[in-house]
Design a protein around this ligand. Sequence first.
Ligand SMILES: [Fe+2]
Length: 230
Amino acid sequence: MLEAQVYTDGKPHTFENELSPDLSEFPDDICYSKVGRILNDFSTYVKQIDWQGKTWFANPLYLRHTTEKNKHNMLGYGRENTALGHIAADNLDQVNQEVYNFIKKITDFICVDRPEAMLSSVMPGVITPLHTDLYNSYRRRQDITWIDNSNVHQLIRRYWIPLEDWKIGHFFQSNKKVITHWKAGEIYSGPSNHPHLAANAGVEPRYFLLVTGLITLDSLPIDKYTEVKL
Ligand SMILES: [Fe+2]
């Protein structure tokens, strides 16, 4: 339980905030780590993506949930400082054939069932506040009604792949572990229920790829490092 004071309309306002989960009760080892690396010249693909043109900007899902939205808004997070650019890379309308083919190789390598790939851009000044993924939009798009909040973290896994080498001011925090100095093509993943946040306090955009899907027996393991040239 965190008591915070924020200022709305110039007036101080005190409230109790219960951002979930409570990190003090969360085991330290529930976090992302580097589970693999794709060896390729990622800059070839990054420069082919129209990051501005066809990108749609959206608040992350947690900001649409009433309770979390209220909490985050009261802390000062709003559309202006949390909006991410997303390109659904499953959709050929939004990336060219060469980029699509490369992303298809990546999703095949990661080998989850019903994979969805999302290219994301995060501009300087944008923060993704602490949250835990529930994959609501993924579940809705895939029409997976047999997965509910009780088993979602056992069945769905996400892989986070930076598309450029780490730049100053960029960071990702998974539970209590801060991740920086990544290389393009590294793959990070871990227990699906990890609380996390990210920020771009630098001067250049941060580009990454998310691959989300249902875990299979052949999925890229999260306890064994694997490299591949694609
Ligand atoms: Fe997330």
